[in-house]
Design a binder for this molecule. Structure first.
Ligand SMILES: [Fe+2]
Length: 332
């Protein structure tokens, strides 16, 4: 809250608030994250003044997340234009880990997991060595029940993880192992957006990913990645990995056993080890999951909302839902 108090203490922001018909305040009483910028005149999202933009960018660097509410965002293209207006080129979703569809270049559906499933909190593509620095979500249709996008401050997650766990993760790094499959997980052709094995190999080579092809033409990859990183601007440490998603313990016990019985422990569609190849205990990942659970904040989507996050400072997830829900995503 103190960071926000500092931001809002300037005269510039007070006058911008009065001029532009926006109310700027934390959305939630209990947390500075996210900062709400609420348009009372229901202005076009493209009409944001330079002063309000400056507040948003400042908040992005301090609290890590901004929610734009009650602005007009008529089409997905307007959402893309708004995301692009912050000056960073919008990226593609290559080497993805979840099913998404492309709305058009630079805009994707949010992860298409069944509605009854939760998506655990994570920083986008933190299972790789190259990740988006910012991510935008646009709620086109809010589900009637559930479907929130919980968020958590990755600095707080880092601080609250047992220092012994933290140090071991950072010292050893994480080895993500994937066995792509058209029956058990996402096929490699979809993950790499190509049918061309040479292009896959070139991508892997460039990214420091080890790869191998089996006799059936299926691909396996291994990549050694970080457990935590320092934010490039603030130099604060953030927990930045997806061990708690990739580890076999992320599955229900029934499914876990069925998969091990079917393909064996080394051919699981995805798993993660310490960087030296030793197993990560289930209990360690449960502790990390518990930290995410107690640091996350949740709010209900309203149709039209745009949430802008610093992908290093803030993790996001998805709660189960029922009814229609449409949230699209863009990354920079
Ligand atoms: Fe995500």
């Amino acid at each position: 809250m103190s960071q926000l108090a500092d931001v809002c203490a300037t005269d510039v922001i007070r006058s911008a608030l009065e001029q532009d018909g926006c109310v700027i305040a934390p959305l939630l009483r209990s947390n500075a994250l996210p900062l709400l910028i609420n348009s009372h005149k229901r202005d076009s999202i493209h009409a944001l003044s330079d002063e309000i933009r400056a507040v948003a960018l400042d908040a992005l660097g301090t609290t890590g997340g901004v929610l734009f509410r009650n602005f007009k965002v008529p089409t997905p293209l307007d959402f893309k234009r708004f995301a692009a207006s912050f000056g960073m080129p919008l990226g593609t979703y290559e080497f993805g880990s979840t099913p998404r569809s492309k709305v058009f270049t630079g805009v994707y559906s949010s992860t298409e997991y069944p509605a009854h499933q939760s998506i655990p909190l994570h920083n986008e593509q933190s299972y790789t060595r190259q990740w988006p620095s910012r991510i935008w979500f646009h709620c086109m249709t809010a589900s009637q029940v559930g479907g929130e996008t919980p968020i958590a401050d990755s600095r707080q997650v880092y601080q609250e993880i047992d220092p012994a766990i933290r140090e071991e993760f950072i010292a050893k790094g994480l080895l993500y192992v994937r066995n792509y499959s058209s029956t058990l997980d996402i096929p490699w052709q979809h993950v790499f957006n190509t049918d061309d094995r040479i292009k896959v190999e070139q991508y892997c080579q460039a990214q420091g990913i080890e790869w191998s092809w089996n006799a059936d033409g299926e691909l396996s990859t291994k990549q050694l990645c970080q457990a935590a990183v320092q934010h490039p601007v603030s130099h604060e440490w953030v927990w930045f990995n997806q061990a708690h998603l990739f580890h076999i313990s992320a599955m229900s016990a029934d499914l876990r056993q069925a998969l091990i019985d079917a393909v064996g422990p080394t051919q699981l569609p995805r798993n993660v080890y310490f960087g030296d190849g030793t197993p990560i205990p289930n209990a360690t990942l449960d502790e990390i999951r518990a930290v995410y659970a107690r640091t996350s904040v949740t709010f209900a989507w309203q149709a039209g909302d745009v949430l802008m996050l610093d992908n290093l400072l803030v993790a996001h997830g998805r709660n189960p839902f029922s009814g229609d829900r449409k949230v699209i995503v863009s990354m920079a």
